[in-house]
Design a protein around this ligand. Structure first.
Ligand SMILES: Nc1ncnc2c1ncn2[C@@H]1O[C@H](COP(=O)(O)OP(=O)(O)OP(=O)(O)O)[C@@H](O)[C@H]1O
Ligand SMILES: [Mg+2]
Length: 269
């Protein structure tokens, strides 16, 4: 529980983090304005690296980025109506594009002046957020759950004038489903909900149908975004997912990896 206590402290400090160009409220002398905590790592994201991982929503003018901006608007409208904070990004099966979608959505939200976002990699089997964003080696969420100091685990990722917070993932060798269903995880999520209440929190999840990780955590989410992969997701996969999503509102279903865009269909290109 010690780690949770530290997480609470970190979270509180983090909420005082100023946006770019703002002064930090109550920062003591010697702590750099803009930092979450003296020990919190800041990473400047590299746009070439992002784009090589299909992360394109960090700039308004990057090709395909506007699809994520449209998704952002739709998702935020739904979430704001109900005052929802936690959004799970999941899919029926593997490799549908959940992580790409979660990172793009988070970066797109981070570009909105009045919005704050925290991206949490909750895939304890195949975490990929740190790799896609180019965050380098991290202990990640498992270190927090296992009791290591979390102060270096939340990363402030900066790109241009924007920034987002990221809690990267890590692989659990001792059973991801047990962690997902654990009281420790529940406490951590409650802590995040309370101490990051001004932020939309996006959770990058594993697939729903390949284990019970997502099923255990869905009751703690406010809403879900379902990513279906064209050519990989079948109608029966989606129907199977619906059974598990009966109590979790699905804000959007993203049809990912489609070769023909709506724009080309309507002749905009
Ligand atoms: N719209 C897209 N078009 C083409 N390729 C894509 C698209 N979105 C994602 N990909 C590619 O598909 C692969 C899987 O993407 P991603 O890691 O986001 O999927 P995932 O659902 O998170 O996978 P996992 O189930 O392993 O967590 C990656 O190589 C990614 O670059
Ligand atoms: Mg993934």
């Amino acid at each position: 529980m010690d780690s949770i206590k530290q997480a609470v402290e970190l979270a509180r400090a983090t909420e005082n983090m100023p946006r770019q160009g703002e002064r930090a409220p109550g920062l003591s002398a010697g702590v750099r304005p803009g930092s979450v905590d003296a020990r919190t790592r800041e990473v400047r994201l590299n746009s070439a690296h992002l784009e090589s991982s299909r992360i394109v929503a960090h700039g308004a003018s990057i090709e395909h980025g506007r699809y994520y901006d449209m998704l952002r608007t739709q998702v935020l409208q739904e979430m704001d109506k109900k005052s929802w904070q936690f959004l799970a990004v999941t899919s029926p099966t593997a490799a549908c594009g959940k992580t790409v979608t979660a990172c793009n959505l988070a970066l797109s939200i981070a570009r909105l002046p009045e919005r704050l976002v925290l991206l949490v990699d909750l895939d304890l089997r195949k975490p990929a957020v740190a790799k896609y964003l180019g965050l380098g080696d991290t202990g990640g969420i498992l270190s927090v759950l296992e009791g290591a100091s979390p102060s270096s685990e939340i990363i402030q990722a900066n790109i241009g004038p924007n920034s987002l917070l990221v809690l990267p993932g890590s692989v659990s060798s001792s059973g991801s489903s047990e962690w997902m269903a654990s009281q420790t995880m529940s406490t951590l999520l409650q802590t995040i909900k309370r101490d990051f209440r001004s932020r939309i929190v996006i959770f990058d999840m594993p697939p729903i149908l390949l284990g019970d990780d997502v099923i255990s955590i869905l009751p703690r989410m406010d809403a879900a975004l379902l990513v279906a992969g064209v050519g990989t997701t079948s109608v029966s996969d989606i129907k199977e997912c619906q059974k598990h999503l009966q109590r979790t509102p699905v804000v959007r279903v993203v049809l990912n990896k489609a070769t023909e865009s709506a724009d080309s269909y309507y002749g905009y290109y």
